[in-house]
Structures are given as C-alpha cells and as structure tokens.
Design a protein around this ligand. Sequence first.
Ligand code: SAM
Length: 261
Amino acid sequence: MSAFDITVLQYLMAYGLPVISVVSLILCITKHFSTMRNKLLSRLVSSFDTSYERIMVVHKKNLFLPLHDVVSSDWKLKNKGLIRIVEIGFRTGENLKYYPKNSHVIVVDRNLYIHSYLDSNPGLTNNVSIEDLFVSSEWNLEPIADNSVDAVVGTFILCSADRVNLVLSEIKRILVPGGLYLFLEHCSEPLDTFLYKIQNFLTVTKLWPMLFDGCHLNRNTLQDIKFAKFSDLDYQYITVNNGHNKFSKLMRTHFIGTAVK
Ligand SMILES: C[S@@+](CC[C@H](N)C(=O)[O-])C[C@H]1O[C@@H](n2cnc3c(N)ncnc32)[C@H](O)[C@@H]1O
C-alpha cells in the first residue's frame, strides 16, 4: 500500500465514516419522520383527548341545549319535528350524542375515512340521520345552499382554520335567518403573560401545529366571531383544569357560546 493510499484511508476513517453515519441517520429520521410523528401524536392526543373530553361533557351538554328548542325553517323537516344541523370538524362524531333525536346532520371534515368510520360504527348515528357528508380540506361549505341550515356546530375548529374569517362568513351564509352557530374553542392567554409567550413560541416555530393537526395556540378567535357581526352573540370564558395532563395549561382558557344569524 502506497503512502498516498494510507493517507486516503486515514482520511476516510477520520471523516468519512462519521459523515456517512450522520447522513444515514438524517436520511433514516427523514424517512421515518412521518411515522414517528404520527405514533407520537396519536399517543399524546389519545391520552389528552380522553381526559379532555370527560371535562368537556358538562360544557358541551349546556352548549347543545338550545338545539332542543330549535324549530326548522324547512317546512318538510318542521312538519316532522326535525332540524338540520351542519357540523364542521366532525372528527369521530363526539358531539352526536348531544343532538336532539332524529336531527338531520351534514358533516364536513377533511378526514377521508369518515365514511368508512361511520359505516363501521353504526351505533354512533342511532339518534340522528346523516343527510350528507363532505370531505374537504379547506372547510369548504360551498355545496351547502344559502339560508338552508337551522344550526351550525363547530367545536375546536377555528384554532386550525387557515382563513377563520372565510369559515365564519360561510357559516353565516348557510344559516337561515335566526339560525344558531354553536361554538366552543380554546384561546390564547393575555398577551403580557409568560404562558402566552410559550403558546406563541410553540405556534410560530410550527412545533405545536405540526404535532396537533394545524392547531394554533396563539389565537383568540372570539375576536373573529365578534367581527363576523352576527345579530346576537352570547358567550362566556371557561377555565379548564385538566390536571392529569402535562399540556393542559397550554389550553387552559376557552370560550363557549352561541351566535344568531
Ligand atoms: C380538534 S378536532 C375537533 C373535533 C370535534 N369537533 C370535538 O369537539 O372534539 C378538529 C377537526 O377538524 C378537522 N379539520 C381540521 N382542519 C380542517 C380543515 N382545514 N378542513 C376541514 N377539516 C379540518 C379535523 O379533521 C378534525 O376532525
């Protein structure tokens, strides 16, 4: 072996191997990133969701009470004592159990698997009838006619909407005059608090949205609902103490209420 060969070999041992190892590690992480993220996400979210949903039961029960007094503007439904509800951000139908019996529900969500999920869980829709289902990644309510819906339900959706104002104006468009928009959302802490700085940091660095399906911790979408100029707006702030979960403080303040078109 010549002196040149030995030098090359020494360089390879000194720099080549570490560089190759680092590059392989990066490639491996990149390749498996989405799987790792999904696994981590589902573990985090499912532990968070179970306790969170339990805490929300009482608030959701109150939120959905007004639905039981709604009389449909669609005379065919009205004659049968039914109402039409659009639920945007349906996920796995957590809210269906709060709806009046035989509500006609139009579902909007970006989850491609909602059809098959509903088919394989027939018990979920025992008390309601699913009138239509739109899979849309942009909260697209276009297929729904103007002034055609008695109530719109949106719980924990505005934090992840790209264009909150557009979603709200679409909600107004499809509601009949006097129709109800029922909302429940988490919101940011006051701007001068340390907690807000953390919420803002986690959001602008995209860490939180990446882990939690586009969720923004640094928004207060109540302002957007106010700007949407519904004819009547009734809301209250609630503080949620989900002490079992490490993330609970980051989603502590919520607002819940009803807007009338
Ligand atoms: C946090 S979950 C809320 C689930 C349910 N409303 C609740 O109260 O538990 C948000 C839902 O909105 C859907 N979603 C998020 N961003 C969306 C978008 N840009 N277009 C359509 N659906 C979206 C998600 O698929 C998910 O089902």
